[in-house]
Design a protein around this ligand. Structure first.
Ligand SMILES: *Cc1c(COP(=O)(O)O)cnc(C)c1O
Length: 235
C-alpha cells in the first residue's frame, strides 16, 4: 500500500471516530472541545503513526515505555506523547522527558520515584492517577476506596502534578455495560476534587477505548484513548 492510500484509510477511520465523538458530546450536552483524542499507536508501525499529525492528531499514546521510546525516536514530527500503560521505576527516568502526560500513575512507589526525578531535573511531571474501577485482579491502579485516605500524601508532591484520574473498563460485548466503571470514576472525582490543592487537580478523566469511548464521553471523559478503531484496514 502506498502512503496516500494509507492516509486515505486513516482519514476515513478518523472521520468515523470523530462523528461518534460529536454524537456522544451532543447526547451528553457537552462541548466537543472538552474531549481530546489520544491516538493509541501500539498496533501501528511508526510510518503509519507518523501520518497522524497531518490529520491534526497530535496526541499519541503508547502503553509500553520501550515502544514509546522507539516511536519517539523514529517519528521526528513534533507530537505530544502519552504513556498509558504500566511504568516500571527503572524506566521512569528515560520516559519522563519524552512524555506530555503519564496516564498510568498506578502506585505510590512510582509517584515517589517520579517526584525525585522531577526534583533532580527541575521538571513538573504531569500525571493521572490510574484507578482500578472495574476491580479486576489482573489490573494495575489504586483501589477506588483506597484513594480518599491518600489525598494528604498526594497533595504533598511538588514536582509531580496530578491532573486527574484514569481507568480502563473490562471488555464487554455490549459497551453499555462499561458505564458503571466510568460512572464510578466520575463520582470519585466529584467526591475528591475539592480536597486536592494546587498544583494538583482532578480536572481530567482519561477513559474510553475503541469499544466504549462514546459511553465514556457521556460519563465525562476529557481524554479518550483510541487505537484499533483508528487503524482498521491498515495493519
Ligand atoms: C491499548 C490501549 C488502549 C487502546 O485500545 P483500543 O481498544 O485498541 O482502542 C487504550 N488504553 C490503554 C491503557 C491501552 O493499553
Amino acid at each position: 500500500m502506498i502512503e496516500e492510500q494509507k492516509k486515505e484509510i486513516l482519514h476515513k477511520n478518523l472521520k468515523r471516530v470523530e462523528e461518534r465523538i460529536e454524537a456522544a458530546c451532543r447526547k451528553a450536552g457537552r462541548d466537543r472541545k472538552e474531549v481530546t483524542l489520544v491516538a493509541v499507536t501500539k498496533y501501528a508501525p511508526s510510518e503509519v503513526a507518523a501520518l497522524l499529525p497531518d490529520l491534526d492528531i497530535i496526541h499519541l499514546g503508547e502503553s509500553r515505555p520501550q515502544s514509546l521510546w522507539q516511536k519517539a525516536a523514529e517519528i521526528d514530527i513534533p507530537v505530544q506523547w502519552h504513556l498509558i500503560g504500566h511504568l516500571q521505576t527503572n524506566k521512569a527516568e528515560k520516559t519522563v522527558p519524552l512524555v506530555h502526560l503519564i496516564h498510568s500513575a498506578d502506585r505510590l512507589r512510582l509517584l515517589d520515584c517520579l517526584e525525585k526525578i522531577g526534583e533532580s531535573s527541575s521538571r513538573a511531571i504531569a500525571v493521572l492517577l490510574e484507578v482500578n474501577a472495574s476491580r479486576e485482579e489482573n489490573k494495575h491502579g489504586f483501589a477506588p476506596e483506597a484513594l480518599p485516605a491518600l489525598v494528604p500524601r498526594l497533595n504533598a508532591y511538588r514536582n509531580v502534578h496530578i491532573q486527574g484520574l484514569m481507568t480502563m473498563a473490562a471488555w464487554e460485548e455490549d459497551p453499555e455495560n462499561c458505564r458503571p466503571t466510568f460512572r464510578l470514576l466520575r463520582e470519585l472525582k466529584g467526591q475528591l476534587e475539592s480536597q486536592f490543592e494546587p498544583p494538583h487537580s482532578l480536572h481530567h478523566l482519561s477513559m474510553g477505548m475503541s469499544n466504549d469511548y462514546p459511553i465514556a464521553i457521556e460519563e465525562g471523559a476529557t481524554w479518550i484513548r483510541v487505537g484499533s478503531a483508528l487503524f482498521e484496514g491498515l495493519l
